[in-house]
Design a protein around this ligand. Structure first.
Ligand code: PRP
Ligand code: URA
Length: 212
């Protein structure tokens, strides 16, 4: 985005198609979960363009050649609980050996302030490329606090991925963490008074897990 150089909004027909089904209130839990996973996989392909590769020697049936691979153990996935859990399999399809850390955050329904309630991160995460994932970037408070947690732990290479973002969340993240690349599949119009994204898709955690 011109105003925020670290923010990448996907403009891909496949993502648009899938997000339109995701938003539909008649889309059931199973399809919702599958769509979140599929969209995340496509976003991961795009957001890993600058991931470091290491040279490896490969012997084809004809000759030896030097090729490039993502080093084992170089990537970690950190979902913001609960809804971020829905994106983990989508990243795992691309990086099947990535370790997973968890940061638990819930928004106080009145103040919309995030509260951290859980944090467990894999050993050595400081050296890895970390994909922090949460489908919804609303006020931006939860993602910005989760980034604080990761940075305090020493993480230096972090990417944040969300499926739907509000302008306020983009602004908050860009101000608090201008160094972190932010990948969103869709930028929506605004937040309502309860902090829900419009047009949005409702409560992502409830739709993933059948609560409410
Ligand atoms: C949702 C969502 C984000 C947060 C976004 O989680 O998954 O974590 O809200 O809002 P923010 O940008 O204003 O902080 P919620 O607090 O509803 O918890 P849940 O995932 O457990 O349902
Ligand atoms: N969290 C959600 O799940 N949905 C929103 O619209 C905003 C925050």
């Amino acid at each position: 985005m011109q105003e925020y150089p670290n923010v990448f909004v996907f403009d891909h027909p496949l993502i648009k198609h899938k997000v339109s089904i995701l938003r539909d209130k008649n889309t059931g839990m199973k399809e919702f979960r599958e769509l979140i996973e599929e969209i995340t996989t496509v976003m991961t392909y795009e957001s890993m363009r600058d991931v470091e590769l290491e040279p490896v020697e490969v012997e084809t049936p004809l000759e030896k050649t030097v090729q490039y691979r993502v080093p084992e153990e170089s990537v970690a996935i950190v979902p913001i609980l609960r809804a971020g859990l829905g994106m983990v399999n989508g990243v795992h399809r691309v990086f099947p050996t990535a370790r997973v850390g968890h940061i638990g955050m819930y928004r106080n329904e009145e103040t919309l302030e995030p509260q951290e309630y859980y944090c467990k991160l894999p050993e050595g995460i400081e050296e890895k490329t970390v994909f922090l994932v949460d489908p919804m970037l609303a006020t931006g408070g939860s993602a910005a606090d989760a980034l604080d947690v990761l940075k305090k732990r020493g993480c230096k290479k972090i990417k944040f991925m969300a499926i739907i973002a509000a302008p306020q969340g983009i602004k908050t993240l860009s101000e608090r963490h201008p160094d972190v690349p932010v990948y969103v599949s869709t930028l929506d119009r605004e937040l309502n008074e309860q902090g829900y994204i419009l047009p949005g898709l409702g409560d992502a955690g409830d739709r993933l897990y059948g609560t409410k």
